[in-house]
Design a protein around this ligand. Structure first.
Ligand code: PLP
Length: 478
């Protein structure tokens, strides 16, 4: 195969067709039906290994990678990451149970998030997970959990670093160009300094509490490395301020959260300003270097030794996004002749509600016609979904001549799309298929009619057809 036939390490073009590892995407669509989420095992493992190696090379102390299960909670994928020896960032009891059930060592689990329940904190403490405290109230929960379980509670504190040095640099999430500093401030996560300083002093005097570290998730606001350096210095300054205020307390772990972009990085690209400014996305290695060096240089100034401090990183999108391809089938093409310019709608059997970052993160997905990869683009058309909304998935896409039965693939959809999918229009959520070399298997089945209405009381009358039918608004297949 020529290098031109390769989109990346797991995606290639063979005889004009898109392949995920050794599997023909069009065959996957036929065999499993569409819409369909497809994940490459090889790419998932490669991302995890590259991230681990990059951060280990950029930090003098130990490094732990804790991929965020929120980005994709298909259990088979989590088991792969567990086999890679990785920990897990969790939010809430269900994600914690998923991580524990997939064999993640409790010591490598971070229980994050605001508004934790006492049941969640108690389970985490009983298992020996790290609880990332988001409010003084959670310190009391951790102390009570320690009383009840007879185990000390391992806790870290989530902080709200002062990002004002970023000036007015806009967030890639904001169509209006709101500054990162303002967007981050409006985000509730983290304990305000005025509450944190007295809370930490209490924690350090409580034998039931083992206060091990500091956490911040600075989020994927920008791909600019200089801005990441600024944000990491701000985090380091916060850590140093706490250490000084708490009589030279030394954290043994610093968790920098996630937010590292995936290679082709679709985030915000539906926003003209963001698309125009987006150059080549820096590599994982460049991000790791900037994060590691800026943080280390800052904490050293406060007498904290990076060699004695574990760096934790919680990548979500960086692990999963480009391992995922979403497949859909063209149902119909609508072509206006007037008014001018005439519009063309390519109607697909998927929906924006299965690719929700069209809206949440303003993504413009890279879309390909999987069975016409080498055909010349002759058409400007909106790729639209099947729901009753506008459901414009990609406006004005450049496409070859397409017709019913063609398979459209959306790249970089392995993070957040499946977990954010909804049942709007009573559509069942699509299956996920895991590709491993030439093998492909369903690792999460599509929802059936029975699943979609399964919580209703009284239930729908049962009919065999209904129970087993995949609950799609449209049932055409390629
Ligand atoms: C605490 C925390 N860690 C990690 C992540 C993962 O972020 P990303 O997928 O941008 O890497 C998130 C995302 O919301 C988060 O809230």
């Amino acid at each position: 195969m020529t290098s031109a036939g390769r989109l990346d390490e797991s995606l290639s073009v063979r005889d004009g067709r898109l392949f995920v590892e050794q599997c023909d995407a069009v065959e996957l669509a036929r065999r499993f039906g569409t819409p369909l989420y497809v994940i490459s095992e090889d790419q998932l493992r490669r991302n995890a290994r590259r991230l681990s190696a990059a951060f280990s090379a950029s930090w003098a102390g130990p490094v732990q990678l804790l991929p965020s299960i929120k980005a994709n909670n298909v259990l088979a994928l989590r088991r792969i990451l567990t086999a890679e020896g990785l920990g897990c960032d969790t939010f809430g009891l269900a994600e914690l149970e998923a991580a524990l059930g997939c064999g993640v060592p409790p010591a490598l689990i971070s229980v994050n998030g605001a508004g934790k329940s006492s049941a969640l904190v108690e389970r985490a403490v009983a298992e020996g997970c790290a609880v990332t405290l988001d409010a003084p109230r959670e310190l009391e929960l951790a102390a009570s959990a320690a009383d009840r379980t007879g185990r000390p509670a391992r806790v870290r504190v989530r902080v709200r670093p002062d990002l004002s040095e970023l000036g007015k640099l806009p967030s890639d999430f904001s169509p209006e160009g709101a500054a990162i500093v303002d967007v981050a401030r409006r985000y509730k996560a983290g304990i305000p300094m005025n509450e944190l300083l007295p809370m930490g002093a209490r924690a350090l005097n409580d034998a039931r509490i083992d206060l091990t570290g500091v956490h911040a998730h600075l989020a994927r606001h920008t791909t600019r490395l200089d801005a990441w350096a600024t944000m990491m210095r701000a985090f380091g300054d916060t850590v140093g301020t706490l250490s000084a205020a708490w009589d030279g307390w030394q954290p043994t772990e610093l968790d920098v959260g996630g937010g590292i972009p995936t290679g082709r990085d679709p985030t915000g690209t539906a926003i003209e300003r963001v698309a125009a400014a987006r150059g080549e996305t820096p590599t994982f290695e460049q991000f790791a270097e900037v994060i590691g060096s800026s943080l280390a240089e800052t904490i050293v100034r406060y007498g904290i030794d990076p060699r004695a401090t574990t760096l934790q990183v919680e990548p979500g999108r960086a692990c999963y996004a480009d391992a995922g391809t979403h497949l859909s089938t063209v149902l119909n093409v609508k072509q206006e002749t007037d008014p001018s310019p005439p519009l063309v709608f390519v109607e697909l059997d998927t929906s924006e509600v299965f690719l929700l970052d069209v809206h949440l993160e303003h993504n413009r997905w890279q879309a390909h016609v999987a069975n016409k990869m080498e055909a010349v683009a002759t058409l400007k058309a909106d790729l639209v979904g099947t729901s009753c909304g506008f459901d414009t998935i990609v406006p004005e896409a450049s496409l070859p001549d397409v017709g019913p039965g063609d398979v459209v693939a959306f790249l970089d959809t392995g993070a957040y799309q499946e977990v954010c999918a909804s049942n709007f229009n009573a559509m069942g959520r699509p299956a996920t298929v895991l590709v491993s070399g030439a093998d492909a298997q369903v690792v999460r089945r599509a929802e059936t009619f029975a699943d979609v209405f399964g919580r209703d009381l009284p239930p729908l009358p049962k009919t065999a057809d209904r129970e087993e039918t995949q609950c799609k608004a449209v049932t055409n297949r390629a």
